[in-house]
Design a protein around this ligand. Sequence first.
Ligand SMILES: [Zn+2]
Length: 146
Amino acid sequence: MLCEICGKEVPFTNVVKVEGATLKLCPECTRFGEPVGGTGGNSHGPSTPEERTAAVANLPQRHRRMEERDVFNELPPLELDPDWHKKIRASREARGLTLEAFGNLLSEKSSVVHKLESGEIVPPDALVRKIERVLKIRLRAPPGAS
Ligand SMILES: [Zn+2]
């Protein structure tokens, strides 16, 4: 067989792609191009879709984990009296406590207390219990009121 580049007579030729053309070349000339078929030309390619599949497979898991956390956050909070923030303010003033003094008792900033009393922020359950303890009032709606 003849090499299509150097024209040398060789026992066998390799099918090689050289600049878009498929040529039959001797072993020496094979290095000028990319071997076509049979010689392990598909070293990279199929791995990419696999990686993409793995990446997609991870998505639902992450999503599920977020849903679990949402469910946890949706645990029913303490049901507060509709006038809870008015009760806080009235009770604090009845005790002659300033915002700062009341805040100190709760380990909260006076600005937080102010927002609580205006109903701007709803206290987390732990803070509700703390306020109830400090002011000796009840902020929670009576059971069965809803
Ligand atoms: Zn050759």
